[in-house]
Design a protein around this ligand. Structure first.
Ligand code: HEC
Ligand code: HEC
Ligand code: HEC
Length: 132
């Protein structure tokens, strides 16, 4: 009835095709984006640091932005803070994008790679790119 040999060969060939995209990507880690931190403000910072350590920022910047929005929009409170000698507001533009003014090479580099599309720019101003 069945030709066992052919079924196995067929399976091996199938698995080969099915997993090809996976094998083909091994060792291509270099494609991961390198967010560009170079902006005039960051270049001038006394201590080059973000509002939280880098590792926390990577994972939690969305929650921080939500908290900032809530304090401004719901509680009507605008806070100022000084980070590495730079005074900023709890604000998307006057905070994050004051330092990270190259949105395309910084924010978008990660988001495009991961297909994350924050809708913030429907309303918030997307600053002119300011590279060094
Ligand atoms: C005062 C300037 C300043 C402000 C304001 C600021 N950042 Fe940063 N940010 C930096 C610097 C400098 C680094 C690099 C820190 C390091 O290397 O330890 C950084 C790192 C990061 C990283 C990690 C990048 C990486 O390579 O993994 C993310 C994400 C980030 N910032 C997002 C934000 C967001 C979102 C905001 C606003 C909520 C913000 N930053 C506000 C200066 C700033
Ligand atoms: C190191 C890579 C990286 C950098 C740099 C980065 N982000 Fe993100 N961002 C992410 C990832 C990953 C997510 C998705 C997280 C998730 O879905 O849990 C995200 C999600 C977000 C979200 C939530 C979007 C949503 O639809 O839920 C906002 C808002 C955001 N980022 C703003 C910024 C801003 C503003 C900057 C630049 C100042 C920035 N990010 C820089 C990696 C990055
Ligand atoms: C429908 C329009 C709209 C969208 C979309 C929107 N915002 Fe806002 N946001 C506002 C308005 C209006 C204010 C109040 C502005 C003020 O009082 O200065 C505000 C205020 C803020 C503030 C505090 C003030 C400031 O200057 O930044 C933050 C932080 C913020 N939004 C973050 C976000 C983030 C992050 C996203 C995307 C995930 C987003 N917003 C999407 C309209 C919007």
């Amino acid at each position: 009835m069945y030709d066992k040999g052919k079924v196995i060969v067929g399976l091996v060939v199938f698995l080969g095709f099915a997993t090809f995209p996976f094998y083909n990507n091994i060792g291509k880690k270099s494609a991961v984006p390198e967010p560009n931190l170079k902006t005039p403000v960051i270049e001038q910072m006394v201590v080059k640091k973000c509002i939280e350590p880098k590792e926390i920022m990577r994972g939690e910047h969305m929650q921080i932005l939500n908290q900032w929005r809530d304090t401004v929009v719901r509680e009507g409170e605008r806070k100022k803070m000084t980070i590495g000698g730079v005074e900023i507001d709890t604000s998307l533009q006057k905070g994050c994008l004051h330092c990270h003014s190259n949105k395309k090479k910084f924010c978008d580099a990660c988001h495009n790679y991961l297909s994350v599309k924050p809708y913030c720019w429907d309303c918030h101003f997307d600053p002119k790119e300011r590279d060094v």
